[in-house]
Design a binder for this molecule. Sequence first.
Ligand SMILES: Nc1ncnc2c1ncn2[C@@H]1O[C@H](COP(=O)(O)OP(=O)(O)OP(=O)(O)O)[C@@H](O)[C@H]1O
Length: 244
Amino acid sequence: MRGPAVEVANLTATHQRHPAVHHVTARFEPGSLTAIVGPNGAGKTTLLRSIAGLHRIDSGRVAISGASPRLALLPQQSGMDRAFPILCLDVVMQGMWSKLGAFRSASAGDRDRAQAALEAVGLGGFARRPVGAMSAGQFQRLLFARLLVQDADLILLDEPFNAVDARTASDLLGVVRRWHGEGRTVMAVLHDMDLVREEFPHCLLLARECVASGPTAEVLSAANRLKARMMAEAWDETAPACAA
Ligand SMILES: Nc1ncnc2c1ncn2[C@@H]1O[C@H](COP(=O)(O)OP(=O)(O)OP(=O)(O)O)[C@@H](O)[C@H]1O
Protein backbone atom coordinates (compact mmCIF):
# COMPACT_ATOMS: atom_id res chain seq x y z
CA MET A 1 0.00 0.00 0.00
CA ARG A 2 1.11 3.57 -0.65
CA GLY A 3 -0.99 6.33 0.92
CA PRO A 4 -1.84 9.42 -1.12
CA ALA A 5 0.04 12.69 -1.29
CA VAL A 6 -1.86 15.62 0.19
CA GLU A 7 -1.35 19.10 -1.17
CA VAL A 8 -2.69 22.10 0.71
CA ALA A 9 -2.46 25.25 -1.40
CA ASN A 10 -3.00 28.74 -0.01
CA LEU A 11 -5.78 27.42 2.21
CA THR A 12 -7.91 29.76 4.28
CA ALA A 13 -10.70 28.39 6.49
CA THR A 14 -12.81 30.47 8.86
CA HIS A 15 -15.13 30.16 11.85
CA GLN A 16 -17.89 32.76 11.75
CA ARG A 17 -15.90 34.64 9.12
CA HIS A 18 -12.74 34.87 11.29
CA PRO A 19 -9.75 32.99 9.85
CA ALA A 20 -8.65 29.91 11.82
CA VAL A 21 -6.29 28.75 9.06
CA HIS A 22 -4.79 31.54 6.99
CA HIS A 23 -3.11 31.08 3.59
CA VAL A 24 -1.49 27.77 4.53
CA THR A 25 0.52 25.93 1.90
CA ALA A 26 2.03 22.52 2.68
CA ARG A 27 2.69 19.16 1.03
CA PHE A 28 2.47 15.74 2.69
CA GLU A 29 4.26 13.01 0.75
CA PRO A 30 2.75 9.56 0.07
CA GLY A 31 3.31 7.32 3.07
CA SER A 32 4.59 10.17 5.26
CA LEU A 33 4.09 10.43 9.02
CA THR A 34 3.57 14.05 10.02
CA ALA A 35 2.85 15.81 13.31
CA ILE A 36 0.77 18.98 13.16
CA VAL A 37 1.77 21.18 16.08
CA GLY A 38 1.28 24.73 17.32
CA PRO A 39 -0.12 26.71 20.23
CA ASN A 40 -3.75 26.41 21.36
CA GLY A 41 -6.04 28.00 18.82
CA ALA A 42 -3.39 27.74 16.06
CA GLY A 43 -5.86 26.16 13.63
CA LYS A 44 -4.66 22.53 13.84
CA THR A 45 -8.11 20.94 14.18
CA THR A 46 -9.55 23.24 11.54
CA LEU A 47 -6.78 22.27 9.12
CA LEU A 48 -7.31 18.56 9.76
CA ARG A 49 -11.07 18.87 9.28
CA SER A 50 -10.55 20.92 6.12
CA ILE A 51 -8.33 18.18 4.70
CA ALA A 52 -11.00 15.62 5.65
CA GLY A 53 -13.64 17.66 3.81
CA LEU A 54 -15.56 18.29 7.04
CA HIS A 55 -14.89 22.01 7.24
CA ARG A 56 -15.74 24.43 4.47
CA ILE A 57 -12.73 25.96 2.73
CA ASP A 58 -13.02 29.70 2.13
CA SER A 59 -10.21 29.92 -0.39
CA GLY A 60 -7.30 27.87 -1.68
CA ARG A 61 -7.59 24.11 -2.09
CA VAL A 62 -6.82 20.66 -0.77
CA ALA A 63 -5.79 18.01 -3.30
CA ILE A 64 -5.49 14.35 -2.35
CA SER A 65 -3.77 12.22 -4.98
CA GLY A 66 -5.09 8.90 -6.28
CA ALA A 67 -8.33 7.73 -7.85
CA SER A 68 -10.44 7.25 -4.71
CA PRO A 69 -8.25 7.30 -1.63
CA ARG A 70 -9.95 6.07 1.54
CA LEU A 71 -9.76 8.60 4.34
CA ALA A 72 -10.32 8.17 8.08
CA LEU A 73 -10.46 10.82 10.81
CA LEU A 74 -10.09 10.32 14.54
CA PRO A 75 -11.85 13.33 16.08
CA GLN A 76 -11.00 14.78 19.48
CA GLN A 77 -12.71 12.74 22.19
CA SER A 78 -14.13 15.85 23.82
CA GLY A 79 -16.35 16.35 20.76
CA MET A 80 -17.91 12.86 20.94
CA ASP A 81 -21.17 11.68 22.44
CA ARG A 82 -20.63 8.61 24.61
CA ALA A 83 -24.13 8.57 26.07
CA PHE A 84 -25.50 6.92 22.91
CA PRO A 85 -26.50 3.33 23.76
CA ILE A 86 -24.34 1.23 21.45
CA LEU A 87 -22.09 -1.79 21.98
CA CYS A 88 -18.34 -1.73 21.36
CA LEU A 89 -18.49 -4.26 18.51
CA ASP A 90 -21.10 -2.11 16.75
CA VAL A 91 -18.89 0.99 17.10
CA VAL A 92 -16.06 -0.90 15.38
CA MET A 93 -18.45 -2.07 12.67
CA GLN A 94 -19.34 1.56 11.91
CA GLY A 95 -15.87 1.66 10.34
CA MET A 96 -17.05 -0.79 7.68
CA TRP A 97 -20.03 1.20 6.44
CA SER A 98 -18.37 2.26 3.21
CA LYS A 99 -17.63 -1.39 2.38
CA LEU A 100 -20.98 -2.73 3.54
CA GLY A 101 -23.04 0.04 1.93
CA ALA A 102 -26.61 0.81 2.93
CA PHE A 103 -28.12 -2.53 1.98
CA ARG A 104 -25.68 -5.35 2.80
CA SER A 105 -25.82 -6.59 6.35
CA ALA A 106 -22.63 -7.60 8.15
CA SER A 107 -21.44 -11.18 7.58
CA ALA A 108 -19.83 -13.46 10.14
CA GLY A 109 -16.50 -12.59 8.47
CA ASP A 110 -17.14 -8.87 9.01
CA ARG A 111 -17.88 -9.53 12.69
CA ASP A 112 -14.71 -11.60 12.98
CA ARG A 113 -12.74 -8.70 11.50
CA ALA A 114 -14.27 -6.28 14.00
CA GLN A 115 -13.49 -8.68 16.85
CA ALA A 116 -9.89 -9.00 15.60
CA ALA A 117 -9.58 -5.20 15.61
CA LEU A 118 -10.81 -5.10 19.22
CA GLU A 119 -8.18 -7.69 20.11
CA ALA A 120 -5.47 -5.71 18.30
CA VAL A 121 -6.09 -2.74 20.63
CA GLY A 122 -6.34 -4.84 23.79
CA LEU A 123 -10.15 -4.87 24.02
CA GLY A 124 -10.76 -8.51 23.13
CA GLY A 125 -13.33 -9.03 25.90
CA PHE A 126 -15.26 -5.79 25.30
CA ALA A 127 -17.42 -6.64 22.27
CA ARG A 128 -20.75 -6.65 24.16
CA ARG A 129 -19.94 -3.78 26.51
CA PRO A 130 -21.87 -0.50 26.04
CA VAL A 131 -19.61 2.45 25.15
CA GLY A 132 -21.02 4.44 28.08
CA ALA A 133 -19.30 1.96 30.42
CA MET A 134 -15.78 2.61 29.13
CA SER A 135 -13.02 4.79 30.53
CA ALA A 136 -11.54 7.54 28.37
CA GLY A 137 -8.49 5.41 27.59
CA GLN A 138 -10.58 2.35 26.69
CA PHE A 139 -12.78 4.50 24.48
CA GLN A 140 -9.73 5.80 22.64
CA ARG A 141 -8.60 2.21 22.06
CA LEU A 142 -12.08 1.50 20.68
CA LEU A 143 -11.84 4.41 18.24
CA PHE A 144 -8.50 3.03 17.05
CA ALA A 145 -10.17 -0.37 16.49
CA ARG A 146 -12.74 1.38 14.29
CA LEU A 147 -9.91 3.07 12.37
CA LEU A 148 -8.25 -0.33 11.88
CA VAL A 149 -11.30 -1.78 10.09
CA GLN A 150 -11.65 1.38 8.00
CA ASP A 151 -8.41 0.34 6.33
CA ALA A 152 -7.83 3.92 5.11
CA ASP A 153 -4.99 5.14 2.91
CA LEU A 154 -4.98 8.55 4.61
CA ILE A 155 -5.40 8.65 8.38
CA LEU A 156 -5.97 11.93 10.25
CA LEU A 157 -5.65 11.84 14.05
CA ASP A 158 -6.71 14.75 16.27
CA GLU A 159 -4.86 14.54 19.60
CA PRO A 160 -4.85 10.72 19.59
CA PHE A 161 -2.99 10.34 22.89
CA ASN A 162 -4.86 12.96 24.86
CA ALA A 163 -6.25 11.83 28.23
CA VAL A 164 -4.79 8.32 27.99
CA ASP A 165 -2.21 6.77 30.31
CA ALA A 166 1.35 5.90 29.28
CA ARG A 167 0.53 2.23 28.60
CA THR A 168 -2.43 3.09 26.34
CA ALA A 169 -0.43 5.82 24.57
CA SER A 170 2.37 3.35 23.93
CA ASP A 171 -0.02 0.68 22.58
CA LEU A 172 -1.79 3.17 20.31
CA LEU A 173 1.54 4.59 19.14
CA GLY A 174 2.37 1.02 18.09
CA VAL A 175 -0.71 1.07 15.84
CA VAL A 176 0.40 4.39 14.32
CA ARG A 177 3.87 2.96 13.66
CA ARG A 178 2.26 -0.04 11.99
CA TRP A 179 0.19 2.20 9.69
CA HIS A 180 3.34 4.11 8.79
CA GLY A 181 5.20 0.84 8.12
CA GLU A 182 2.37 -0.23 5.81
CA GLY A 183 2.87 2.93 3.72
CA ARG A 184 -0.30 4.77 4.73
CA THR A 185 -0.16 8.57 4.91
CA VAL A 186 -0.68 9.63 8.53
CA MET A 187 -1.08 13.08 10.12
CA ALA A 188 -1.56 13.66 13.83
CA VAL A 189 -2.28 16.80 15.82
CA LEU A 190 -0.05 16.61 18.89
CA HIS A 191 1.09 18.73 21.83
CA ASP A 192 3.85 16.48 23.23
CA MET A 193 7.02 17.80 21.55
CA ASP A 194 9.22 14.99 22.93
CA LEU A 195 6.93 12.44 21.32
CA VAL A 196 6.91 14.40 18.06
CA ARG A 197 10.72 14.55 17.99
CA GLU A 198 11.08 10.84 18.74
CA GLU A 199 8.36 9.36 16.55
CA PHE A 200 7.32 11.76 13.78
CA PRO A 201 9.82 12.31 10.95
CA HIS A 202 7.89 15.27 9.53
CA CYS A 203 6.22 18.20 11.16
CA LEU A 204 4.01 21.18 10.30
CA LEU A 205 4.17 24.07 12.77
CA LEU A 206 1.07 26.24 12.61
CA ALA A 207 0.10 29.58 14.09
CA ARG A 208 -2.97 30.12 11.86
CA GLU A 209 -0.34 30.56 9.15
CA CYS A 210 2.33 27.99 8.38
CA VAL A 211 5.44 28.82 10.44
CA ALA A 212 7.49 25.93 9.04
CA SER A 213 7.05 22.46 7.57
CA GLY A 214 9.54 19.71 6.77
CA PRO A 215 11.90 17.45 8.77
CA THR A 216 10.90 17.61 12.44
CA ALA A 217 14.27 18.64 13.87
CA GLU A 218 14.41 21.66 11.55
CA VAL A 219 10.80 22.67 12.03
CA LEU A 220 10.99 22.52 15.83
CA SER A 221 13.99 24.84 16.14
CA ALA A 222 13.88 27.27 19.06
CA ALA A 223 13.53 30.17 16.62
CA ASN A 224 10.51 28.63 14.88
CA ARG A 225 8.80 27.78 18.16
CA LEU A 226 9.31 31.31 19.44
CA LYS A 227 7.99 32.70 16.17
CA ALA A 228 4.87 30.49 16.45
CA ARG A 229 4.22 31.64 19.99
CA MET A 230 4.61 35.31 19.08
CA MET A 231 2.39 34.95 16.02
CA ALA A 232 -0.30 33.19 18.06
CA GLU A 233 -0.18 35.84 20.79
CA ALA A 234 -0.32 38.69 18.27
CA TRP A 235 -3.22 37.18 16.33
CA ASP A 236 -6.40 39.25 16.30
CA GLU A 237 -9.26 36.80 16.99
CA THR A 238 -11.69 39.25 15.40
CA ALA A 239 -9.71 39.72 12.18
CA PRO A 240 -11.90 39.35 9.11
CA ALA A 241 -10.93 36.98 6.31
CA CYS A 242 -8.92 38.91 3.78
CA ALA A 243 -9.74 38.82 0.08
CA ALA A 244 -8.28 35.60 -1.33
N1 LIG B 1 -16.90 26.00 16.36
C1 LIG B 1 -16.21 27.13 16.41
N2 LIG B 1 -16.82 28.34 16.40
C2 LIG B 1 -16.12 29.49 16.44
N3 LIG B 1 -14.77 29.55 16.48
C3 LIG B 1 -14.11 28.38 16.49
C4 LIG B 1 -14.78 27.11 16.46
N4 LIG B 1 -13.85 26.12 16.47
C5 LIG B 1 -12.66 26.76 16.52
N5 LIG B 1 -12.81 28.09 16.53
C6 LIG B 1 -11.73 29.08 16.58
O1 LIG B 1 -10.83 28.85 15.52
C7 LIG B 1 -9.48 29.01 15.96
C8 LIG B 1 -8.69 27.74 15.67
O2 LIG B 1 -9.28 26.67 16.39
P1 LIG B 1 -8.75 25.17 16.26
O3 LIG B 1 -9.62 24.34 17.12
O4 LIG B 1 -8.63 24.82 14.82
O5 LIG B 1 -7.29 25.31 16.90
P2 LIG B 1 -6.32 24.19 17.49
O6 LIG B 1 -4.95 24.57 17.05
O7 LIG B 1 -6.79 22.84 17.12
O8 LIG B 1 -6.48 24.45 19.05
P3 LIG B 1 -6.20 23.50 20.35
O9 LIG B 1 -4.73 23.20 20.39
O10 LIG B 1 -6.61 24.40 21.47
O11 LIG B 1 -7.07 22.29 20.21
C9 LIG B 1 -9.56 29.37 17.44
O12 LIG B 1 -9.49 30.78 17.57
C10 LIG B 1 -10.93 28.91 17.85
O13 LIG B 1 -11.45 29.70 18.89
